[in-house]
Design a protein around this ligand. Structure first.
Ligand SMILES: [Zn+2]
Length: 424
C-alpha cells in the first residue's frame, strides 16, 4: 500500500509566489450562546464575514465529489470554505507546488477558502498506522506516512486560509490507556514542531493553525492534552480522537462523548472556534451544535449518495409534508433520513427525488431515471445524487441558522428526532 512518496525528495527550500500568500489574521467572535448553541462570526479570513455554525464543502482531490466547477455552480449557496484532506492531494504535491497559486485555484475554485485537514471526514480512518515520526494519511494511491516536515511543505503548497497542526488521533473506543497516553504525548510533540515550522515558514507564518484536540476516551488524557494546548499559541481547535470519520459516524452517539468533550473544552479558551469534522447525520449534528461546536463539513450528503440514496428528511415545520415523506417503507441499509434509489420500487416512480425540492436534479429528473442510472452504473447517477444531497443539506444548515435566530432550535431537534424514531 505504501507509495514511493515524492515529498521525501524535497531538498530545495520552498519559493512561494509572494502575491498569492495569505496575509490573514482571523478573528472569531461568539455573539450569542443559547441553550449551549453558539452563534458567532469569523472575520478577516475572506472578503465576507462567515457566520457560525459554519459548514465547509467536502472535497475529493480539491474538488466537490463528481462535480466540475460548472456543475457545482448549479447548487445555490455552496459554502465559502472547503475542506481539503492532506491524503487526497499529497500525490499531486509536485504539480500543486509548481502551479504556485494554491489548491483552490488549481482545482478551478479560486473563490473558495481552504481548510487543510489531516484526515478525510468522509471515509473511516484506518487504525494502527501512526508512529512517533509521523501520521498516516490516506488517499487514492493508499497510505502516506506524513512527517511534520512533509506536512509543512504540503500545507505551504495548498495555500490554505486555515490548517490543522499534525496530531495522532488514532484512539478508537477500545484503545488502551497506554495508547491514549501515547496519542497525547505524540500530539504535543507534533504540535510543538508544527509551531516551530510555522514560525520559519514565510507562507504559513500568518495563516491560522488549529490544534487537533486528542485524548481519546480517557478523561485524564483529554484534560492533560487540552491543558498543554491552552499554553500554546493556536488560533482554534479541532476536536479529534473519537474516530468520527466516514459512515461509521452514524453509529457514534454524541451523548456518549459529551462528557469527554466537555473535559477538553473546560481547559480551552471559549473565544476560539471549535471544529468537528465527520459525516454527522442530522440528529448528531444538532446535538454537536448544542455542545458548543462551531464548524462542520458536508461529508454526510456525500456518504449518503455513495450508497445510492437521496436525502429526503424534512427540516421545515410542515406536518403534511412530513407525513408524505414518511409514508414509504424502509428497506435494507437505508437510513432514517434517506431513500435508497437502488430499490426496484422506484423503477416506475416518475416523481422528483423529493417533492418540492428546487435543485437541478429534482427539476429535471425523476426517481425512476436515477434508479435506472444506478442499475447500469452510469456516472451521471452520483452526479445527480450529489447535486440533490448537497442542496438538501445546505437547506438544512440554513434552517438551523434560522431556528437559532428565532429560538426554535429545540423544535427543529424534535422534528428531526421524530423522523429518526419513526423510520429508524
Ligand atoms: Zn432535489
Amino acid at each position: 500500500m505504501a507509495l514511493p512518496y515524492r515529498l521525501r525528495s524535497i531538498t530545495k527550500p520552498f519559493e512561494p509566489a509572494l502575491e498569492h500568500l495569505n496575509r490573514c489574521t482571523m478573528r472569531f467572535t461568539v455573539q450569542q450562546v443559547r441553550n449551549g448553541c453558539r452563534l458567532g462570526s469569523l472575520t478577516d479570513l475572506g472578503p465576507q464575514p462567515l457566520a457560525t455554525p459554519l459548514w465547509m464543502m467536502y472535497t475529493l482531490q480539491g474538488s466537490a465529489p463528481y462535480l466540475t466547477s460548472d456543475v457545482l455552480s448549479k447548487i445555490s449557496d455552496t459554502p465559502s470554505v472547503m475542506i481539503v484532506p492532506n491524503g487526497h492531494v499529497s500525490e499531486h504535491y509536485d504539480a500543486i507546488q509548481k502551479y504556485n497559486k494554491g489548491i483552490a485555484a488549481f482545482a478551478s475554485l479560486p473563490e473558495k477558502l481552504v481548510f487543510a485537514s489531516m484526515q478525510d471526514p468522509g471515509v473511516a480512518t484506518p487504525t494502527g498506522f501512526n508512529t512517533n515520526k509521523g501520521v498516516a494519511v490516506w488517499g487514492r494511491p493508499g497510505k502516506t506516512e506524513m512527517t511534520v516536515e512533509m506536512h509543512t511543505r504540503l500545507t505551504e503548497a495548498l495555500r490554505p486560509c486555515v490548517y490543522q497542526a499534525m496530531f495522532d488521533g488514532d484512539t478508537p473506543k477500545d484503545a488502551s490507556n497506554k495508547r491514549m497516553k501515547k496519542s497525547v504525548d505524540r500530539s504535543i510533540q507534533f504540535l510543538d514542531l508544527c509551531l516551530e515550522e510555522k514560525k520559519k515558514s514565510e507562507v504559513l507564518r500568518d495563516v491560522p493553525m488549529f490544534a487537533g484536540i486528542v485524548g481519546g476516551y480517557n478523561k485524564y488524557e483529554r484534560a492533560r492534552f487540552a491543558k498543554e494546548v491552552s499554553k500554546r499559541d493556536v488560533s482554534g481547535y479541532s476536536i479529534e480522537g473519537f474516530h468520527h470519520n466516514g459512515s461509521k459516524v452514524e453509529e457514534l452517539k454524541i451523548s456518549e462523548i459529551s462528557d469527554l468533550l466537555q473535559i477538553s473544552l473546560n481547559e480551552l479558551s471559549e473565544d476560539k472556534p471549535r471544529v468537528f469534522t465527520g459525516a454527522l447525520p442530522p440528529h448528531s449534528l444538532l446535538a454537536a451544535i448544542k455542545l458548543g461546536l462551531d464548524i462542520f463539513d458536508l461529508s454526510y450528503p456525500y456518504v449518503v449518495g455513495e450508497r445510492g440514496s437521496a436525502l429526503t428528511f424534512n427540516y421545515v415545520f410542515d406536518a403534511q409534508t412530513q407525513e408524505q415523506e414518511l409514508s414509504h417503507s424502509v428497506e435494507g441499509e437505508e437510513g432514517p433520513y434517506e431513500m435508497c434509489l437502488k430499490h426496484k420500487r422506484f423503477a416506475r416512480d416518475f416523481g422528483p427525488l423529493k417533492q418540492g425540492c428546487e435543485c437541478y436534479t429534482c427539476v429535471h429528473h425523476s426517481r425512476a431515471y436515477v434508479h435506472h442510472l444506478l442499475e447500469v452504473s452510469e456516472l451521471l447517477a452520483p452526479i445527480l445524487l450529489t447535486i440533490h444531497n448537497m442542496q438538501h443539506y445546505i437547506g438544512f444548515t440554513q434552517q438551523i441558522h434560522k431556528c437559532l435566530r428565532d429560538d426554535s432550535f429545540d423544535q427543529l431537534q424534535m422534528l428531526i428526532e421524530s423522523q429518526r424514531t419513526l423510520k429508524g
